[in-house]
Ligand binder design. Structure first.
Ligand code: MN
Length: 286
C-alpha cells in the first residue's frame, strides 16, 4: 500500500495517477491529551487504520495525484536518524573535496556513528525547500528512508525488518561548512520525506533498489542500495543499540556519490525503485 498525507492533513492511498481520500480512517486513532505520546500516532496504529481503510476505500472520493499537495507521510516522528558517509564512493568523494569536508574529521560510518536531524526540518514534497545561507553551498542528498513501525531496543539485524513500517524517499539537504552536521542539516525544510510511505508488505526487500536524483533534468546521483556500507538491517541494529526506536522514527540511510549544489529556482526529481517519484522545488528562504 502507498499511503500518503496531502492537502489539509488528509490521508490517501495512491493508486496510479489518483489518490483515494481515506481521511475518515483517521477517526480510529486514539485521542491524546498532554503529554503527547513519544510515537507517531498514525504509524503506531497503522494496522487498525488499514483495517478501516479496507472498509471505506470502496466508496472513497478520488483526487488527481497531480493536483495534491503532498505532506510528509510521517507527521510527528520522535527522531530523524541519519547515516553519514554510508556509501563507499561518497566517502571517497567527501575525502577528496575540501568543499565537502571543510576539515571536519570524516570517519567510516562504523566509527562516525549516526547523527540526528531536528524533527522541525521535516516537510513533504509539496512544501518545497527554502534555502538559507545562500552565500554557502547547499547540497542535495537523496537517500532511502526507513520508517520504524514498532517500538524496539537492542534489535538484532536478523529481526530488524520486523520493525519496519515501510519506506520513503528522503532528501537530506545540507549546508556545507565547518559546523556540526546536525546544525547544518536541520534548517526548516531541509529534510524532505515522501512522496508517500510504501508499506513493508508491498516493499519487503529494500536491499537492492536503484535510486537517482536529477536537478533541472541534469543527472546528479545514481546508485543502488546494495552499495550501502551499513544496510537497513545493520542501521536498525546500530541505532537501537544506542536508543529505543519508536513507531514513526525515521532513519535516512545515507547518500551515494554525486552530491552537488542547489540554488533557488532549481527543480529536483528523486526516484527510488519500488517507491516512486519525488518532485521538489527549491526557493530562497523568506
Ligand atoms: Mn545524508
Amino acid at each position: 500500500m502507498k499511503l500518503c498525507r496531502f492537502g489539509n492533513n488528509q490521508l490517501g492511498i495512491v493508486e496510479g495517477e489518483r489518490i483515494l481520500d481515506v481521511t475518515e480512517a483517521l477517526e480510529v486513532l486514539p485521542a491524546h491529551r498532554y503529554p503527547l505520546p513519544d510515537e507517531d500516532p498514525l504509524i503506531a496504529n497503522l494496522e487498525v487504520v488499514r483495517r478501516r481503510i479496507d472498509e471505506i476505500s470502496g466508496t472513497a472520493s478520488t483526487v488527481p495525484l497531480s493536483e495534491a499537495e503532498l505532506l510528509s507521510p510521517v507527521a510527528s516522528p520522535g527522531k530523524i536518524i541519519a547515516a553519514p558517509v554510508n556509501y563507499v564512493k561518497h566517502l571517497q568523494e567527501v575525502l577528496d573535496d575540501h568543499n565537502l569536508h571543510h576539515d571536519n574529521q570524516i570517519n567510516h560510518i562504523q566509527r562516525a556513528g549516526l547523527f540526528l536531524k531536528a524533527t522541525s526540518s521535516l516537510v513533504g514534497a509539496g512544501a518545497g525547500i527554502p534555502l538559507r545561507k545562500l552565500e554557502r553551498r547547499n547540497d542535495h542528498e537523496v537517500e532511502l528512508a526507513v520508517v520504524i513501525g514498532k517500538r524496539g531496543n537492542n534489535i538484532s539485524r536478523e529481526d530488524a525488518l520486523d520493525y519496519v513500517a515501510g519506506y520513503c524517499i528522503g532528501l537530506d539537504i545540507t549546508i556545507r561548512g565547518p559546523e556540526e552536521r546536525s546544525l547544518r542539516k536541520s534548517p526548516d525544510g531541509y529534510t524532505v520525506l515522501g512522496p508517500w510511505l510504501v508499506t513493508s508488505d508491498e516493499l519487503s526487500d529494500a536491499s537492492s533498489l536503484d535510486l537517482s536524483l536529477t536537478v533541472n533534468g541534469e543527472p546528479r546521483q545514481k546508485a543502488n542500495t546494495s552499495d550501502l556500507i551499513l544496510g537497513v538491517r545493520e542501521l536498525i541494529e546500530f541505532a537501537s543499540g544506542f536508543y529505543t526506536l519508536h513507531p514513526g522514527d525515521v532513519i535516512i540511510t545515507g547518500t551515494p556519490e554525486g552530491v552537488g549544489p542547489l540554488v533557488p529556482g532549481d527543480a529536483m526529481h528523486a526516484w527510488i525503485e519500488g517507491i516512486g517519484d519525488l518532485r521538489v522545488a527549491v526557493r530562497a528562504a523568506a
